[in-house]
Design a protein around this ligand. Structure first.
Ligand code: DAH
Length: 360
């Protein structure tokens, strides 16, 4: 048997090997060669049997001590290597989120989303908050509370989608307009109210200018002094900002809605040529929204006192606004998910509309 190094020397040899291991696999090799079944320490353990008891006790203790020391050194080196590995990964997989996106972004923002965002930006600037309501409404929120009684012709005009009647005979409806959000907002009881409610609406109707699902924007302003002049100013400011023109001609035509008194339909001046419409110039008129002073019955239904509170409301079609502003001829194409159409009419995801940078 060849002369074996004493334990001290063995310990420094093994420590040096552990320290020199440059990676996990190398370290594992060192571990096996030292502590494995056939490793140097295990081999030394086997020699204990031949020793006399006194010697065995001392040598056994020393070997166990060596085993622990080496195992600890391996564990420490392992932790070091893991840490270094992580550092290296973090350094190479570093993502600079401030870098510009590569030019070839796929996908575009749908014109409805774009216009929705534009409209929100404009009204936010005028001090309006965004309110929401459910798509599935009770008959009362959609009609009754808005001063549309059971036998009112507006109920038929709305081509309502009804859900299966409940046990008590009542039927929920897919909201036919965003006006129920007026009631829900009033019920919160906080004045003054200055909200817009953009959202989906549903009517059983489908042709070139109607789809069963479409988008509306409701507006409601209520306090103690708001009057028709405010309504006019507010809608004029909106139209100028939305169509990005300095002047816009507007015509307020007497009309009828059950939920407003007086009621007005609003037209804007435009010109038609070659099937294209231009806003802000010309002698033609185009209807863009309905509006009026909120009917006392509606204020009452919202839980407020019409002798103390007054204001105006308006409603317009978001899809229609998009068609007008961006010259999109067919409404149905909005919901066809045709990629060629989306690439043509869509907007860059990186240019969110805002008043400072420009809307479109
Ligand atoms: N809810 C009406 C509709 O869907 C639109 C509307 C008209 C809303 C006048 C209003 C309003 O708030 O004052 O046709």
């Amino acid at each position: 048997m060849s002369e074996q190094p004493d334990l001290q020397t063995l310990e420094s040899e093994l420590s040096a090997q552990v320290a020199a291991a440059a990676g996990m696999t190398e370290l594992e090799d060192v571990r096996v060669s030292a502590l494995g079944k056939k490793g140097v320490i295990s081999e030394r353990m086997k020699t204990l049997g031949k020793m006399d008891p006194e010697q065995r006790k001392a040598a056994g203790q020393a070997l166990n001590q060596l085993k622990t020391t080496v195992a600890e050194a391996i564990a420490a080196r392992q932790a070091e290597l893991k840490e270094a590995e992580l550092e290296a990964r973090l350094a190479t997989e570093f993502v600079d989120v401030t870098l510009p996106v590569r030019p070839e972004t796929a996908g575009t923002i749908h014109p409805v989303s774009q216009v929705w965002e534009e409209v929100v930006q404009i009204f936010a600037d005028l001090g309006f908050a965004v309110a929401e309501g459910p798509h599935i409404e009770t008959d009362w929120y959609n009609f009754g509370a808005l001063n549309i009684p059971d036998d009112h012709p507006a109920r038929q005009e709305h081509d309502t989608f009804y859900l299966t009647p409940k046990e008590d005979g009542s039927r929920m409806v897919l909201r036919t307009h965003t006006s129920p959000v007026q009631i829900r907002t009033m019920q919160q009881g906080e004045l003054p109210i200055r909200i817009i409610a953009p959202g989906r609406t549903f009517r059983s109707d489908s042709d070139l200018t109607h789809t069963p699902m479409f988008h509306q924007l409701e507006g409601l302003v209520l306090d103690e002094t708001t009057h028709l002049g405010h309504l006019k100013w507010c809608l004029e400011e909106f139209c100028k900002a939305f169509f990005e023109v300095d002047e816009v001609k507007m015509r307020f035509r007497a009309s009828h809605f059950p939920f407003t008194e007086p009621s007005m339909e609003v037209d804007i001046g435009c010109s038609w040529s070659d099937g294209q419409v231009k806003i802000g110039v010309g002698d033609d008129w185009m209807e863009i929204l309905g509006s009026g002073m909120v009917h006392p019955n509606v204020i009452r239904a919202g839980g407020l006192d019409p002798d103390k509170v007054q204001g105006f409301a308006f409603g317009m079609g978001i899809d229609r606004l998009a068609m007008l502003k961006y010259g999109i001829p067919d409404l149905r194409a909005f919901f066809d998910s045709d990629l060629r159409w989306l690439r043509h009419y869509g907007f860059s995801a990186l240019q969110m509309p805002n008043l400072a940078g420009g809307l479109s």
